[in-house]
Design a binder for this molecule. Structure first.
Ligand code: NAG
Length: 719
């Protein structure tokens, strides 16, 4: 009795101490979001390489979402950006900007930038010439929007660092993705394919960030799928399926915040999406509706092979895919069995000159060790065929392994591939010997960024391009093996961060390469590209675990001073004769109902004059007492901002605002406002505002049901 009383305090200290250890926050964490929307007019979108796909407004704004984790010794930054991809030059500028503010806290070694790969955002932000061809060269406005916005998202995360915990979980999500190059996938070894149930990865990997006082801070969800639900006819800036999924999740956490103003940050980041399409109804010949030829994804003359679905139009497809992604992520978020990550935070980075890389491979059958090497960059014929997400402009077919004298003659006019190039890239017939094309600057990168990040037993493998499903699987396995072989945790998890730091097109397995689908033709360092990466990332993983630093590798060239830019700047704006900027040309209907689309038109100016970061080109406002409350901005799904030039000579333009009145919209008095800047002919840029008359949302209960039903007909919106 006496003894147990004596022991009680000691026992209690143990109990309390162990509880404390259990709940002790291991890390300090910061999350931040910032607007990175590019010029929404006159600039070709990055992705489909379709010259005519120039911006004409906004459906969804682009955001950068930053996550910082620090264990007291090391700091690691992961950023997911609503843009096509990240380039060497873009990342260098972001890091330079962070350096001027924070010194050596954020460097090449610990800042990882990954693009979501939306194909509906303005291009011209990469520096290698091939990637800027369709945007008429480099577009400084896009570049600056991205650099300043990405840096701002990191800064916001930095300023909000609190102690917290990180949890990892994952789950399977079907019905959002299909393989778009099955003939290539099927060429992988049978024994390997048998290990997997699907020909694409269906796993969503979720990283949860919670403060030590149990406040949700943020989430990253990795899922391998192309952000190409919006097709190559879309001309409104959009963050596509992954971007809208972010907004939907953020709205669940912060229902009253407009996109970009939320405290809680949710990223849906890209992964090994190289051969993965969201157009899950699959490819069909556009005119006849018949199946396409399988190996080449082609149709009889004059018809295109395009993949669709799951919606009736691209907006609905985007919404459905985004909703499914969000629902899955939400389900994972609620799962109690997530694993808490513990252990060191770290990262390792190295630039690699791919054409100079070598690796040893061991052939199981012949028992021979041989050396493989990288090739000087080149694109194959099938690259020009495009994909079933967006076919190419000429009559090229996927799966092409023979060449054509006429195209070869045209090619040789740009650069003749050397004998060595031809041998090195075989069986790829070379369409563009980009490695030999250096005028006026390099056309495709030779030097890529390679990087691994670590939070406890999670390794994030940042890959400089688009890995196919099987390439990603091999990479995850190789990195995990290397971590364990170097004494790292047995339960290591590896996730691929796609389109990360550098863009160097696609990476397929050597077996997929033989088939020369679009992805194989776009594997620019030749058939051994993946083999070289597997060997290199394994080596880096070993060093990361053992806390060794490696060589920094060769710096990519500075191209900033030699960039070509053919996009004309905004010359001047003037209002339509007899009008002022902001005048309302078309008023909304005075009474509207749920399911209606409200429409207003304004005298406007070129939106390139100011990208309204952190702000909006439009608001939908509701009267509450004696003030107006903002119900929607241009970043909301329900609004569309359309810009149209009405006279080039006179500098006239107009803006149309569309607002879909969603179910459960509050009844009452509303108005729509438009904000812009005009460029004065003698210089200077000045703001203007336009405001419609008030209109009313009526609850109109009696006829609504029938009326809504009628409105459910497909509303295609092709500009
Ligand atoms: C793009 O989607 C629209 C529907 O939103 C459809 O009418 C059009 O045919 C599609 N075009 C291509 C090339 O996929």
């Amino acid at each position: 009795m006496k003894e147990s009383v004596m022991w009680t305090p000691v026992v209690w200290i143990f109990v309390v101490a162990s509880l404390y250890l259990e709940t002790d926050a291991e890390y300090t964490i910061g999350v931040g979001i910032a607007d990175v929307t590019g010029p929404p007019a006159e600039v070709t979108f990055m992705g489909y390489a379709k010259l005519t796909q120039k911006g004409r407004g906004i459906h969804l704004r682009q955001f950068s979402r930053a996550f910082i984790v620090d264990d007291g010794n090391s700091r690691f930054v992961f950023v997911s950006v609503d843009c096509g991809m990240i380039g060497n030059g873009l990342r260098r500028e972001v890091i330079n900007m962070l350096k001027t503010r924070y010194g050596s806290m954020y460097t090449e070694k610990n800042v990882m930038l990954s693009g979501t790969h939306t194909h509906s955002t303005p291009g011209g932000f990469l520096q290698d010439l091939l990637f800027d061809l369709s945007s008429l060269g480099f577009v400084k406005e896009t570049f600056i929007a991205l650099v300043s916005g990405i840096a701002l998202s990191v800064r916001r995360a930095h300023e909000k660092m609190v102690s917290g915990r990180v949890f990892l979980t994952s789950g399977e999500l079907l019905d959002v993705s299909i393989n778009r190059s099955p003939p290539a996938y099927d060429n992988n070894p049978e024994t390997e394919k048998r290990k997997y149930k699907y020909n694409v990865d269906k796993t969503m990997t979720q990283l949860r960030f919670i403060s030590s006082d149990d406040k949700p801070l943020g989430v990253i969800n990795w899922y391998a799928v192309h952000a190409t639900s919006m097709n190559n006819t879309n001309r409104l800036v959009s963050s596509d399926n992954l971007g809208y999924a972010c907004i939907l999740f953020e709205k669940r956490m912060n229902p009253n915040a407009h996109p970009g103003k939320n405290e809680f940050v949710a990223a849906f980041a890209s992964s090994n999406e190289g051969d993965v399409s969201p157009n899950i109804r699959g490819p069909r010949c556009q005119r006849t509706g018949r199946p396409c030829e399988v190996l080449t994804s082609s149709c009889p003359k004059g018809d295109e092979c395009v993949a669709y679905g799951p919606g009736r139009d691209m907006f609905e497809s985007t919404r459905i895919i985004a909703q499914r992604l969000t629902d899955k992520a939400w389900e994972l978020w609620g799962q109690p069995d997530a694993v808490e990550l513990r252990g060191p935070v770290g990262s390792i980075h190295q630039f690699v000159d791919m054409p100079k890389q070598e690796a040893q491979v061991y052939d199981e059958e012949t028992k021979i060790i041989s050396t493989v090497r990288g090739c000087s960059p080149a694109m194959g014929y099938s690259f020009a065929a495009g994909t079933t997400d967006g076919p190419g402009e000429f009559s090229f077919k996927q799966g092409t392994t023979t060449d054509n004298p006429l195209w070869n003659a045209l090619r040789d006019f740009l650069a003749t591939p050397s004998v060595d190039d031809i041998i090195c890239h075989a069986p790829k017939p070379i369409l563009l010997a980009t490695g030999s094309m250096t005028f006026p600057i390099e056309w495709q990168p030779r030097i890529v960024s390679t990087m691994l990040g670590r939070i406890g037993n999670l390794i994030i493998a940042c890959v400089p391009g688009e890995f196919t499903t099987m390439s990603g699987r091999r990479m995850r396995a190789a990195v995990k093996d290397a971590v364990i072989a170097s004494g790292g945790p047995e339960d290591t998890e590896v996730v691929i961060a796609g389109l990360c730091n550098t863009y160097s097109d696609y990476v397929v397995t050597p077996e997929e390469y033989q088939i020369q689908r679009y992805e194989g033709a776009s594997t620019i360092y030749g058939p051994n590209t993946l083999t070289l990466y597997l060997s290199h990332y394994s080596e880096m993983a070993g060093r990361l675990v053992k806390n060794q630093t490696g060589p920094p590798g060769p710096e990519p060239p500075e191209l900033m001073n030699d960039l070509i830019s053919l996009l004309t700047p905004v010359v001047f704006d003037s209002p339509k004769w007899g009008h002022e900027f902001g005048d309302v040309l078309e008023e909304p209907e005075p009474i509207v109902r749920e399911g209606d689309t409200v429409r207003a038109r304004f005298v406007s100016a070129n939106p390139r004059n100011n990208m309204m970061h952190g702000s909006t080109y439009l608001t939908v406002e509701r009267r509450e007492g004696d003030r107006w409350v903002i119900e929607a901005t241009d970043a909301d799904w329900e609004t569309k901002f359309l810009w149209e030039r009405t006279s080039t000579v006179l500098g006239n333009s107009e803006v149309t605002v569309l607002w879909d009145v969603a179910p459960n919209t509050k009844p009452g008095k509303y108005r729509i406002r438009h904000f812009g800047y005009y460029k004065y002919i003698f210089g200077g840029v000045y703001p203007f505002t336009g405001t419609t008359s008030t209109f009313e949302i009526s609850t109109g209960t009696r006829s609504r049901r029938r009326w809504q039903h009628k409105k459910l007909k497909p509303r295609t919106f092709c500009l």
